[in-house]
Ligand binder design. Structure first.
Ligand SMILES: [Zn+2]
Length: 215
């Protein structure tokens, strides 16, 4: 049975597997900056085409909590170094600045998750579970009926999974509200041909407006 991804609503499904997306992105990147190796420096510039194409690979959603551009402005998305730049100061042998600032280490994150994650370093043995591009996050975290995000029981004793959950504050009430707004907006989009949906949509827009004032 296919597992429902906690970052997807009941009405819209995004496939977060990266497949050849990053390789294709690099082809485009190299055509714009043929000699550059520091992808981060160029991709993190807001409002440019590379930044947009980068966010598009992640459906303009935070890869960690799933909040989308339906809820927060594009300026609230950041390019996150999954393995933080901090490791360069620690001179960990497995990482060099080419890897750290390269496309494989960069993911789309909301400001809130990126700040919370900060200098979190994932242990090498847990990379397959935790690195978002390995596409396992939807197996270790699940969306409950009350819209909260929980750790899948199978991983409840995994220390790294629990630690990452706490670090990202995936249990926050704001993340529940974000999901509710996305769920309602996708519902309206699905049934937008019905007159009564328009009223509901107006209500949702007023909730969304209040939410957008929270940074
Ligand atoms: Zn997030």
């Amino acid at each position: 049975m296919k597992i429902k991804d906690y970052r997807n609503t009941s009405y819209k499904e995004c496939d977060f597997s990266i497949n050849s997306k990053k390789a294709d992105f690099l082809v485009f990147f190299s055509s714009v900056h043929p000699k550059a190796w520091n992808v981060y420096d160029h991709v993190s510039v807001k409002q440019n085409e590379l930044n947009y194409k980068f966010r598009e690979m992640y459906y303009e959603k935070c890869i960690y909590c799933g909040v989308s551009i339906q809820v927060i402005d594009s300026s609230n998305f950041e390019v996150d170094h999954f393995i933080p730049k901090e490791v360069l100061k620690k001179e960990l042998p497995d990482y060099d600045s080419r890897y750290i600032n390269g496309i494989d280490n960069l993911v789309n994150s909301c400001k809130s998750c990126n700040r919370a994650k900060s200098n979190f370093i994932c242990e090498e043995t847990s990379l397959d579970l935790i690195h978002p591009d390995r596409n396992k996050l939807h197996e270790i975290y699940v969306r409950e009926n009350d819209y909260s995000i929980k750790i899948h029981p199978e991983y409840s004793t995994n220390e790294m999974v629990s630690k990452f959950y706490r670090v990202l504050k995936l249990d926050s009430q704001l993340k529940r509200l974000d999901y509710l707004i996305m769920e309602m907006k996708d519902f309206c989009e699905r049934y937008n041909d019905r007159a009564e949906i328009m009223k509901l949509h107006q209500l949702i827009l007023s909730i969304e407006d209040k939410r957008r004032r929270v940074s």
